[in-house]
Design a protein around this ligand. Sequence first.
Ligand SMILES: [Zn+2]
Length: 86
Amino acid sequence: MVVIALRNIEIGEEFTFFYPSTEWSMDQGFDCICQSENCLGYIQGAAHLPLNVLTKYKLSQYIEKMYRVENNASIIQTAVVRWNQI
Ligand SMILES: [Zn+2]
């Protein structure tokens, strides 16, 4: 697995990880404590989030594939193309 930072990380800076970028549906969710203004609260995996939330993040190929399979949709391609251009 490769973890990609969406911006430069300063030495000693605390950073967070978007679990739904790699987890489709977790056996056991958890309450997030990241304190971000965009915190999703209870984390259960990508399957439990609407597309308009998922497309704000860089997703693993596994999650992109699962979304297509589960939703039989190509709309997420827009987000994938956008992220690949960054
Ligand atoms: Zn959070």
